[in-house]
Design a protein around this ligand. Structure first.
Ligand SMILES: Cc1cc2nc3c(=O)[nH]c(=O)nc-3n(C[C@H](O)[C@H](O)[C@H](O)COP(=O)(O)OP(=O)(O)OC[C@H]3O[C@@H](n4cnc5c(N)ncnc54)[C@H](O)[C@@H]3O)c2cc1C
Length: 425
């Protein structure tokens, strides 16, 4: 077992005990570990990941930290600022100063400017975009300065629950069985979570029969901090500002297309792909000049039917995997993680260790507290693609009215922004 870059805590041996064990070191697990280190410095926290960590520089990278970019809402930036990460993170971020939402070919759109909206902003911006490949090392560098014990590779094969909490088992490089006991097990092992399957936790799943095609495109002119959400006959396209690299202007493209069109689009060479994007997206961001490799993701709504049990909590994709069109999944996870870390601060650690009914109450209260935000965010992420995919004239008219409303009706704009900017509700 490799002891990850970690400055705190002694190396754990074949059988040890912690307060909280997080299984899965992706965006969700690593962020929760940071929140726990911040809000609950007295808790002993272990983070177990089956693949090499970003800080190790070893390929392949964790699924979270691949070629995607993430739109971090203003509320998430505030959370990262509280954790002390913002000074470093900002150097990898492009601010979102304006959001343009439009319906291609129908001349209707809404333009929202952070400079004009007093609400829903952070340092004068709606949010910021960071490439996941940059976010991973930032999170892990920060973790190395905490007492969180990051273990990798640690492919947790089996978990069991007893009087004293959870027991986790995996094998080290030499094939020897390792055991870690924890008062609380956090499953952060992603969508289709093997841990949930093992524990009999069912998921409710809706297949959108769509794929998200993701790539980086070059821009001939500066994006000016504008994030575009453009609804086209070939599916919604988001074009998000990225920081310049070696003097080149860049944007992250997320194109949601029907399942049956995806393979043909992915097979296009770089020039043909960018030409197709240009014709579909239009010229609002100027000329698109080239694209990187195109990655494709199957889209579904996947919700765990239980998010907590005695000694167990689910976070991230494992708890809720959303359509990415509204850029909400990770932002929601950060709000969940902060609430969980706050719930465990103070007396939380002692209650967990006692494994009493009060510890279960604590998890239930956390679940209740998160219910409303989760339902609204999941509903928002589920409705937007359906609304904009529809060619039905009635649906089309109502979405055009909605876009006009964003321009002229302050209450509608405020509610859209407070959802999109991730301040919770
Ligand atoms: C195309 C796309 C664009 C997106 N854009 C945005 C956006 O702009 N804004 C936003 O807020 N969200 C966005 N999201 C959502 C965001 O990507 C997810 O919220 C995020 O990836 C959550 O990651 P996770 O850590 O829960 O899961 P994962 O990334 O799947 O991580 C799970 C980890 O668990 C590890 N693991 C699995 N099993 C074990 C085991 N047995 N033992 C140890 N480790 C294990 C895996 O190796 C992996 O590292 C987007 C999603 C997609 C698909």
């Amino acid at each position: 077992m490799v002891n990850a870059t970690n400055s705190g805590g002694e190396k754990r041996t074949a059988d040890s005990r912690v307060d909280v064990a997080i299984v899965g070191g992706g965006m969700a697990g690593a962020s929760l570990a940071l929140m726990l280190a911040h809000y609950c410095p007295d808790l002993q926290v272990a983070l177990l990941e089956q693949k090499p960590l970003p800080a190790s520089g070893i390929q392949p990278v964790l699924p979270s930290f691949d070629t995607r970019a993430t739109a971090l809402a203003a509320g998430s930036l505030q959370l990262f600022e509280q954790l002390g990460l913002w000074p470093e993170l900002r150097t990898y971020c492009a601010p979102i100063n304006e959001i343009h939402v439009s319906d291609r070919g129908r001349g209707v759109g809404a333009r929202l400017s952070a400079a004009r909206e007093a609400r829903a902003q952070f340092q004068g911006m709606f949010g910021a975009v960071v490439e996941n490949a940059a976010l991973g090392p930032v999170l892990y560098r920060a973790l190395a300065d905490t007492s969180v014990h990051a273990m990798a590779p640690a492919d947790v094969q089996r978990v069991a629950f007893g009087e004293e909490g959870a027991e986790l088992y995996w094998r080290d490089d030499a094939g020897a069985e390792q055991r870690l006991r924890a008062s609380l097990l956090v499953a952060a092992d992603g969508v289709d979570s093997p841990l949930c399957r093992q524990l009999g936790i069912e998921t409710e799943r809706v297949d959108y029969h769509q794929r998200a095609l993701v790539t980086t495109v070059g821009l001939q002119r500066d994006h000016g901090g504008v994030a575009y959400e453009r609804f086209t006959d070939s599916g919604p396209m988001a074009l998000l500002p990225l920081p310049d690299r070696e003097g080149a202007h860049r944007a992250a493209l997320v194109w949601t297309c029907e399942e049956e069109d995806a393979d043909a689009l992915c097979a296009l060479d770089s020039d043909a792909f960018v030409d197709r994007v240009q014709r579909t997206f239009g010229w609002r961001a100027g000329r698109l000049v080239r694209s990187g490799a195109v990655a494709s993701y199957r889209l579904s709504l996947s919700l765990a039917k239980e998010q907590w049990r005695r000694n167990l909590v689910l976070v991230g994709n494992c708890a809720h995997f959303l359509h990415p069109v509204a850029g909400q999944g990770f932002n929601l996870t950060l709000r969940d993680s902060e609430a969980l870390a706050r719930a465990l601060s103070g007396d939380g650690g002692r209650l967990l260790a006692q494994n009493s009914s009060a510890a279960l109450d604590l998890l239930e209260n956390y679940g209740r507290e998160r219910q409303q935000d989760q339902q609204l965010t999941i509903g928002f992420s589920d409705r937007v693609p359906a609304l904009f995919a529809s060619g039905n004239p009635l649906v089309r008219s109502s979405r055009q009215l909605g876009l006009l409303g964003l321009n002229v009706a302050p209450p509608l704009r405020t509610s859209f922004l407070s959802q999109a900017a991730g301040f919770g509700l």
